[in-house]
Design a binder for this molecule. Sequence first.
Ligand code: AP5
Ligand code: MG
Length: 220
Amino acid sequence: MRLVLLGAPGSGKGTQGGLLGRRFGIPQIATGDILRAGMAAGTPLGTGARDLVNEGSLVADDVMLELITGRLGQADAASGFVLDGFPRSIPQAEGLDLILKKLGAKLDAVIKLDVPKRVLIARLTKRTSCPGCGSVYNLFSNPPAVAGKCDRCGVGLVTRVDDTEATVRKRLNVYQASTAPLIDFYDSRGLLVIVHGEGTIPDVTGAIERGIRGRVREGR
Ligand code: AP5
Ligand code: MG
């Protein structure tokens, strides 16, 4: 199964990407998590991306395409993946087409998570995440069992630098300008599945799975 999760900041890509990855036995490839891990480790990729990520701007398309070419070439992605946060611009989507062509692979579905702006801002300003495994929590809707600790790996939870209200608003504007055009891009290729992302987390997972089944049946 080869999936792309598309949606505004806070729409639930990380949350649903983790669940879908475990459900289908495929890696969740979250470009934001990869960049933040590079920032924490001080790699050249992370150092170059730090200011852009923290201020809510996009990292350059050529840098992201090089990163994703390497990641999709790894053995664990050979039979499928769920992309979370990539592609994020038309040049990235065109680059992904070329990478997949070279690998002899095709996307099965692009899932667009639809959530109203006021809900996105409320969610992101109450989020904590695990710097170890990438699991995502929310003070209100999805708290960890033990306050401040990851349920899956016990690591201390952190608040992202880019989750202040001002930076969230900037990220939403960047999404609208650079990423929202991908909705028409993938709709015109018959890959788009729009899912209402405002229900409970299990409700949204169920809606995504139904959407994928429908899309895979149509695509045969
Ligand atoms: P990235 O890390 O991808 O951030 P984002 O796209 O802004 O999305 P988020 O991770 O904030 O939200 P999400 O959709 O994953 O929601 P989540 O599941 O956490 O990118 C960060 C930065 O890296 C970018 O700004 C850019 O600088 C750079 N970057 C990354 N990829 C790039 C690329 N391809 N090109 C260029 N630059 C790139 O959920 C949010 C909250 O809501 C959580 O608290 C969660 O618990 C809660 N929640 C989730 N679902 C529900 C629900 N159904 N009901 C109630 N609460 C819910
Ligand atoms: Mg995320």
